[in-house]
Design a protein around this ligand. Structure first.
Ligand code: NAD
Ligand code: ZN
Length: 384
């Protein structure tokens, strides 16, 4: 079992992220410890799929500790992370007469976590919120850092709030049922975090992928070495994300240094554009980020800031996450146009996060990267 401590300037000033095996059965006790005063009521938000596998264990454990549990389930899928569904969740929360001293618990991937967290952020102007992430991506990324929100017609995650959880519980065993593509997508984000963090985290992630190929992932759960390596990798990934978040909680727009929260968007300029240009139908978010990392690497080479040998390390690590969707038929003009809609911009100026080497990210203004360099990189990576 491992614990990462997150210290913040804002409420709830500090919280723990607990990582271990078979933790769901004891989540009632954990919940009690996370909350200062034991609340009478909990709204457990999940989706039909995840609740079907893990929901009853969580409910039972919470009820055994005396919590009154109300379950609210959303349909499964990114398209349900929207205002209408959020409104239904809030109406349910109102109906149950949830008070400021009560709590929302999110059980699921990033979609459930983002929507439940946003509901917790705006109901009564903010009530306590706990996260039990069940995808690899949600464990290392979306459950850490307090970004919550929903999508709108104009784009993803445009409406939301910063609302930090009061605790995060990660039961590695839940990854046994995660579909293969979701694992691949999550590990693309892990490669990204390693690439911007330092050589140690990058190598640890690459080594893990080499030692435990994702196509046999589920078979390793009886192997003690695997479980230890998995816990260690999760802890190292989360510690890195928490470190960035702690010193730039709200992603200060004025910051352009190498510790700015913006560096977490490495690979995302192209990643988001790819998702948008294909109407969110072809890629899992992490898969699109996988290509985004390669395009950013290629731009780095072509502008002379990044080295070919370093690029090969990135490419090898991404190769071992598995096959990403085919990109040959994607309209590059649409990808290019989609950049301008990326919300990770300051005013109208798009920013690029490139690597000078593994572990050394740098933020560049769009005007510093010649358009033909970007076009060439897109063509080389997506249409080869
Ligand atoms: N808040 C943040 O900082 C942040 C960061 C990154 C991503 N996100 C958001 O996270 C979302 C993506 O999250 P995701 O990748 O977890 O996707 P997701 O929540 O859609 O989950 C992926 C799929 O796996 C299923 N699933 C979840 N856990 C499972 C389990 N243990 N076993 C079997 N199936 C399981 C889900 O039902 C779903 O079908 C996006 O909406 C993205 O915008 C938010
Ligand atoms: Zn991402």
């Amino acid at each position: 079992m491992q614990k990462i401590y997150v210290k913040l300037k804002e409420f709830p000033r500090r919280y723990d992220i607990k990582i271990g095996k078979n933790l769901l059965d004891d989540c009632g006790n954990w919940t009690k410890n996370c909350l200062h005063a034991a609340p009478a009521k909990i709204v457990l938000i999940s989706n039909t799929k995840v609740f079907g596998i893990y929901g009853e264990a969580v409910r039972k454990s919470l009820e055994a500790q005396g919590f009154e549990v109300f379950v609210w389930l959303m349909k499964d899928g990114e398209k349900y992370k929207n205002f209408r569904v959020l409104e239904c969740a809030l109406e349910f929360i109102c109906e149950k007469k949830i008070k400021r001293t009560d709590t929302i618990v999110a059980l699921g991937g990033g979609v459930v976590g983002d929507l439940a967290g946003f509901a917790a952020a705006i109901y009564l102007r903010g009530i306590a919120f706990l996260q039990i992430p069940t995808t690899f991506l949600a464990m290392i990324d979306s459950s850490v850092g307090g970004k919550t929100g929903v999508n709108t017609e104009s784009g993803k995650n445009l409406i939301g709030a910063f609302h930090q959880p009061s605790g995060v519980l990660i039961d590695v065993n839940t990854l046994q049922t995660l579909p293969r593509r979701e694992l691949t997508a999550g590990f693309c984000e892990a490669v990204k975090q390693g690439a911007i963090a330092n050589r140690k985290l990058f190598n640890q992630t690459a080594e893990f992928l080499k030692n435990f190929p994702l196509n046999r992932f589920k078979k390793y759960f009886s192997d003690k070495n695997f479980l230890t390596s998995l816990e260690n990798l999760l802890a190292a990934q989360i510690a890195f994300k928490a470190e960035i978040v702690m010193q730039d909680e709200r992603e200060d727009v004025g910051r352009t240094d190498a510790k700015s929260r913006k560096i977490l968007n490495f690979g995302h300029t192209v990643g988001h554009a790819l998702e948008k240009a294909t109407d969110y139908k072809i890629f899992k978010h992490g898969e699109a980020v996988g290509y985004g990392i390669l395009v950013a690497g290629e731009i780095g080479i072509n502008t002379g800031v990044f080295d070919e040998n370093e690029f090969n390390l990135l490419r090898d690590a991404l190769h071992s996450v598995g096959k990403l969707p085919e990109t040959r038929n994607i309209n590059l003009q649409r990808v290019f146009e989609a950049f301008s809609f990326d919300k990770k911009t300051i005013g109208n100026s798009l920013q690029w996060i490139l690597l000078e080497e593994i572990g050394k990210p740098k933020i560049f203004r769009n005007k510093d990267i010649p358009k033909p360099v970007i076009e060439r990189a897109l063509k080389k990576i997506l249409q080869k």
